[in-house]
Structures are given as C-alpha cells and as structure tokens.
Unconditional design. Sequence first.
Length: 209
Amino acid sequence: MTANEWLVNVWIIRIIRLIILVLGWSSLIISMILSKDIGWLFSTYTIQSNSMVMVWLTIAIIFQDRYKDHPFFNGIIRGAITLYITVTFIIFAILLSPLYHPTGIAAYTNLCLHYIVPTAFILDWVFTEMNHKYAWKFIVFWLAYPIFYLIFTLILGNLTGIYIYPFLDLNLLGVTFFTIWCFILAALFLLLGTIFVFLNRKVGTYMKN
C-alpha cells in the first residue's frame, strides 16, 4: 500500500467514524431530553453500551494517530466494547423489538442506538482491528461487565421493585426461569466472544498473508 492509499483509507475511516459519532451522540442526547428519569435511562444496557462506543470513538478520533499502540485503542478493551454493542443489537432485535414501537424522534434514536451504531461499529472493528492479535483469555475478561450489570439490575430491581428488562425480572420469571435466562445470556456472551477472537486470529492472519 502506497502512502497516498494509506492516507485515503485513514480519512475514509475518520469520516465513517464521524458519521457514527453524529448519529450516536445525537441519539443519546435526544434520549436524555425525552427521558423522564435520566438515572433510569443510564441504567439500561442499551445506553451504557452505546455510551462506551461513543466515548471510545471520540477518544480514538482525537488521539489514536498519536497513541496508536496504546492498549485502549486495540485489543481487549476495543474487543469488549464491540462484544457489548453486538449483544445490544441481537437482544433488541430478537427479544425487545416486538415490545417497543416508537414513533417520531424516538424512532430515530431507536434506529440509531439499536441498529445503525452497533452495525457500523462491528464493521469498523472488522476492517481496522485485525492487525492486533487477540488472546483466548479475553473471552473470560469480557464477562466482567455483563456479570456486574446483572448484579446491578438485581440490586436495583430489589430496591425499586422494577426490573429494567423483562427477561431479567426475578419477580416475573421466578428463580428457576431467571437462572435459565442467566445461563442463556452467559452462553451468548461466551459464544460471541469466541467468534470475535476466532475471527480476529484467523481473518487477521489471512489479511497479513
């Protein structure tokens, strides 16, 4: 690749990331304006995972060229954020979209936060992260946030009597079905984590050759 070709690719990536930032940040800000309870809004997995993406992209656009080898920009942290936003897309598409039919500006934020931002960030990961080889142990580390989030939702639900998501509602499901759902979600994170590491190691090796 010539210097000019590399420069063109860098600017294409920057432009795409800026578009993602505009869509993502605008959706988060609009969601905050529309929300009657900011604390509850930021308790949702969707807002937390999208916020991770927005913070990472913002910092990457500003600093990655200068500190491109910093661990924040490549490897375990970026892989984790990619995994978490992928789960946002899958869970909403399969479980929650039939229950949520927003209109007006809320339809815009829903489209961006559940579909456009996750898809764009996954594609960004595919095309820009393959030069950094992942370790299989990353899969275990990536479970830290989901476990923390599960504990958080249980504590919040116990204190308020209201659970953020129906599939994590202990009162609604009962202990048995709640436990089953926890295992299903853990399996989802493990499966997706395995896929990401596998793709990184295999596709990355192919691209280098």
